[in-house]
Design a protein around this ligand. Structure first.
Ligand code: SF4
Ligand code: SF4
Length: 452
């Protein structure tokens, strides 16, 4: 599954991205203007796409983060070494990595709910220290309010089980997580698909969604209804034992694959996503290409996701896509359709990562300083409903991880059983909080990349 989001530089260990001179003459929070939404033109982002720190270099292989040593390996060795499961390595990582151990200890001591509240408090405190109002007020001051328009995307987080245990995972997935969607909830989602003609896309995420019991059922049912189907794939799942027929299944249902690959270099991918992940990801991409994914005219779409290694904004999406295409094609003969850039969201493992290093405030400052009004129209919460494995509904996957339920019929945690159709949700106010600044910084961030 795919996730991400980031900001400025950090003090201890994280690669320094920021241009200090530029920072010292930073513009006010809204560097775009307070022009009302209705007055904005599509070319606005091109005119104003440089917020103060939206200047990350596209040579992302040069970005470094000091976490642990990763050995360089030769690509010729890849094919022969990627047949074993990644799960034992991920389990070992969860048990030995200091950040994972601290999170597990806090979870045990405080419980999920208190931990999430602590996290919200820390973020709020960081914004208070910076003198920044709530996200809602911040938008209201600029004559903007966030409301659901027509719901076109039904995003299902069908479970937290994953064969990986990435350091920045905003859903805190790993092989240790066993939560999965039940058949009852999966069937109800398909019923809602039938009752909500505005839904064009079913977007499956996790964990590793393919390892969930309901994945193939949901894909087959959505396919029979001619919906666009997205599989947010971590790539390594394609070489997991037991998944030998997965690529054929995806081809059969013309599933669009959106895959995480936070760099085209081994070192950076393994640093962020775990030892051995790069090789397996490359092997997964080769398998997809062999089946026709990414090839022009094949009708099989393969998109990649980049998220920064640390606390800085992603580079400009189109320029980075060109760089990825050149690198992946030159070194591995790999082709793909589009690259999406995501910012790292200051929540869960990434928020912990920042907080433990005393960098949360600096990151929040970066996000706020780079607020870009032109990103707001494209925020994914306006046309998407996110459903958790337990059937609860949210405005987006990030709200889901923070247990910020939608507000439907005065219910604070509505489920798919509380509505007759997702079309009922049109016009509802989106539930926003301080993490939302992660979606509006620079050129914006969503599950489909930049929004400005
Ligand atoms: S741990 Fe799994 S769900 Fe989380 S970011 Fe990594 S691949 Fe995605
Ligand atoms: S975090 Fe969710 S609710 Fe907030 S702006 Fe982003 S998509 Fe919208």
């Amino acid at each position: 599954m795919v996730r991400g989001m980031p900001g400025a530089c950090s003090a201890r260990g994280i690669w320094r991205q920021g241009n200090q001179a530029l920072r010292q003459c930073v513009l006010p929070f809204d560097s775009v203007s307070s022009t009302p939404l209705s007055a904005r033109s599509p070319s606005l982002s091109r005119m104003f796409n440089v917020t103060p720190d939206f200047n990350t270099d596209v040579n992302v292989h040069q970005h470094r983060i000091e976490l642990r040593k990763v050995r360089e390996k030769k690509i010729e060795e890849i094919r022969g070494r990627t047949s074993a499961s990644l799960i034992p390595d991920s389990m070992r990582h969860v048990e030995e990595d200091e950040d994972h151990k601290t999170t597990a200890r806090n979870l045990k001591e405080l419980g999920q709910q208190r931990l999430t509240m602590e996290e919200r408090k820390n973020r709020r405190r960081a914004l208070d220290n910076l003198g920044v109002p709530s996200f809602d007020k911040f938008l209201a001051d600029r004559n903007v309010s966030l409301k659901k328009s027509e719901v076109e995307i039904l995003q299902l987080n069908i479970g937290l089980y994953c064969n990986q245990a990435c350091n920045h995972c905003h859903v805190e997935s790993s092989p240790k997580r066993k939560e999965m969607m039940s058949k009852e909830v999966a069937k109800r989602c398909i019923e809602l698909l039938d009752k909500s003609p505005s839904i064009k896309t079913i977007d499956l995420t996790g964990g590793a969604p393919e390892l969930n019991d309901q994945f193939r059922f949901l894909v087959s049912e959505a396919s029979a209804r001619n919906k666009e189907i997205i599989d947010r794939c971590n790539l390594t799942v394609l070489t997991e034992p037991g998944q030998e027929d997965l690529v054929d299944f995806l081809v059969k249902h013309k599933v669009r694959v959106i895959a995480s690959l936070p760099c085209y270099s081994l070192k950076n991918v393994d640093t962020q996503r775990g030892s051995g992940v790069f090789e397996k990801s490359i092997h997964g991409l080769m398998k997809l290409n062999q089946a026709g994914y990414g090839a022009e005219g094949s009708g099989l779409v393969l998109d990649l996701i980049y998220n920064p290694l640390g606390g800085f904004l992603p580079p400009e999406q189109k320029a980075l896509e060109e760089k990825y295409k050149t690198e992946l094609s030159t070194h591995f003969g790999i082709v793909f359709n589009s690259l999406f850039t995501l910012s790292n969201m200051p929540i869960k493992r990434f928020a912990d990562f920042l907080y433990r290093r005393g960098e949360l405030q600096e990151y929040m400052d970066l996000l706020v300083r780079n607020f870009n009004l032109a990103t707001v129209d494209g925020l994914m919460c306006t046309n998407l409903v996110s459903v958790g494995y337990d059937g609860k509904m949210y405005d987006c996957d990030f709200n889901q991880q923070l247990a910020l339920g939608m507000k439907v019929n005065k219910l604070s945690s509505p489920t798919v059983f509380d509505v007759q159709s997702l079309e009922e949700l049109r016009g509802l106010a989106v539930v926003a909080d301080s993490h939302c600044f992660g979606c509006t910084a620079g050129n914006g961030s969503s599950c489909q990349g930049a929004t400005a």
